[in-house]
Design a protein around this ligand. Structure first.
Ligand code: COA
Length: 361
């Protein structure tokens, strides 16, 4: 049976490599540990885009160009926001991105980088009955995203969000990146390809998990007994959100990168006590999963600490997948360009297992 394309190599890439046995993530020649908390998101965008666009500026100019793209996107989607606001926040963002031009140039790519960062705060504000705040083209990308959300951004929270965007910028041939590459292989434009990635990211088995992680933490807190709550979920055939991965058989290295960022936000404040509680839940979940699924190594994945980090910087749980998209869009664009450059259409085969027509004599 064709089973999720496990172990099938469907692309050669210079962009990232996931070592699921060793627990390492390499992004264009750099380990995640080298990048997370050290490089800024704009620098990582440059790293991923290098060689895929002719006129790629240096870091400082790129930062400005992304700022300009945020303004451009805001002006373009502003007249549509009232229509998008009643949709769920992810669908609103996806619909807003669908109106962007569908070209292959750097300006198209930068608008796509800017769009989730602009649309998400604007739609959240409208949903709360508040007026959207226009981007500040001179601000840094993550800081501006928080400013558009709350009116102001502390440098510590902006740095935490920036580290998150870096940590999730690319991750091998995951479902959304594959979907993006399939569309790019038809030589469709970047917006079409990124819309495919957005569709794939939405599902709870991929980027839709961190919202449910918060729901789980709240339910466990209310129940007062993590082990009993988690065991009951497993007994009812439910999956524990934030655990397990198709590739990693050891701990997802992004989980520790994000946990370190959350820890830096403080130990004695609300975030600190939330982190301490999450750590006890994590340990209980790992124990429960080890006993319930002894044949499978199910470890903490990126989504568990994503939930804590995004909650700490001020996003509501329904917008977590949007913020994931705001980081991953850099990887999607680079993969789309890399796939387009091969000139090869992705066209696998299916095995027909349906009824056979009667032969006409
Ligand atoms: N909770 C409980 N059981 C889990 C589990 C989880 N989080 N993840 C995997 N399993 C179990 C499955 O139920 C299955 O058990 P079985 O053999 O008794 O039926 C076994 O592990 C293998 O599952 P499978 O679906 O083949 O693994 P996968 O490689 O496809 O799983 C995920 C990858 C991400 C889809 C899966 O781990 C999952 O659903 N996790 C929860 C959602 C999540 O956190 N997603 C974000 C991913 S970054």
């Amino acid at each position: 049976m064709a089973n999720g394309l496990d172990d099938v190599v469907a692309a050669d890439t210079v962009l990232s490599d996931v070592d699921g046995v060793g627990g390492h993530l390499t992004i264009r020649g750099h380990s995640l540990a080298e990048l997370a908390g050290r490089w800024r998101y704009t620098q990582v965008v440059r790293l991923l885009f290098d060689g895929f666009f002719d006129d790629l500026p240096r870091d400082a100019e790129l930062e400005k160009a992304i700022g300009k793209a945020r303004l451009e996107v805001f002006d373009r989607v502003k007249p549509l926001l009232a229509q998008l606001a009643p949709l769920d926040i992810y669908s609103g963002m996806r619909a807003g991105m669908a109106v962007l031009p569908d070209g292959d140039g750097l300006a198209d790519a930068l608008r796509l980088i800017a769009a989730p960062a602009v649309l998400t705060p604007a739609l959240l504000r409208l949903g709360r009955g508040e007026t959207p705040i226009a981007p500040d083209a001179k601000a840094d990308h993550a800081g501006d995203m928080l400013r558009m959300l709350a009116g102001a951004a502390s440098p510590a929270l902006a740095k935490a969000l920036d580290s998150y965007l870096v940590t999730v910028c690319d991750h091998g041939l995951n479902a959304s990146t594959f979907a993006t590459r399939v569309v790019a292989s038809t030589q469709a434009g970047l917006t079409s390809a990124i819309l495919a990635g957005l569709g794939a990211l939405k599902g709870p088995l991929h980027g839709g998990a961190p919202g449910p992680v918060i729901e789980m933490l709240d339910a466990i807190e209310a129940s007062g007994d993590a082990t009993a709550w988690l065991s009951n979920e497993i007994a009812h055939g439910e999956r524990i959100m934030g655990f397990g991965h198709r590739i990693y058989r050891v701990r997802d290295p992004r989980a520790d990168a994000l946990k370190a960022v959350v820890r830096q936000l403080g130990s004695r404040n609300e975030t600190g006590s939330r982190l301490a509680f999450a750590e006890t839940v994590e340990q209980a979940a790992l124990d429960v999963l080890r006993i319930a699924k002894p044949q499978r190594s199910i470890q903490t994945n990126v989504e568990f600490y994503t939930a804590l980090l995004l909650e700490a910087v001020g996003f509501p749980k329904e917008a977590f997948s949007n913020v994931f998209a705001a980081g991953r869009v850099a990887g999607w664009v680079a993969h789309a360009r890399e796939q387009q450059a091969t000139g090869r259409l992705i066209r696998p085969q299916s095995r027909y297992v349906g009824p056979v027509p009667d032969l006409v004599a």
